[in-house]
Design a protein around this ligand. Sequence first.
Ligand SMILES: [Zn+2]
Length: 188
Amino acid sequence: MDTRQQSNYAFRGAVSTNNALEEQKHDNEEETAQETLRPDEDMVSVVPRADISGKCVVANTEIKVGSHLFTLYGDKLREPTPYTIQVASHAHIHPEGKLIFVNHSCSPNTRFQYTPSWDLYAVRDILPGEELTFDYTTTEWQMAQPFQCNCCSTKCIHKVQGFYFLNPEQKSEREGVISPVIRAQLQE
Ligand SMILES: [Zn+2]
């Protein structure tokens, strides 16, 4: 997969890693997500990608390392789709907003952090016009629709099908970045 499609789902609230508190925090998280997302609208744009029949997210301005980009929120599904992000063993969020158009790279310039909500941050300075990417294998155990990656990274894994399918070296390289869901799967 290189692109994600426009979402038609209604807003459902941000994702929490703490399931026990999820319900009582729900309202606060919705407010936080909306407040956090608003300034980001100016930082990035969704544009067609020249080499594929899809879209991507590019920086409108220089984005400094550590900058917050998106909070994950959206409709929760029991099964993965090509567009979802796995947040529990049987829970997959169909992202709302521009996040759904952030494509995969094996040497990405953004990554998720997972507490208290799931948020995407820049892991290096990003130049104006540069495409934003994250590594789908850091959140997906087994992808609904594996795809061939052409990211040109020296670390490219070529066939992107989920963390489960990475070799031991590739898994170890992602140790500090993987989601709590992947971490839990590894311990089973
Ligand atoms: Zn790649």
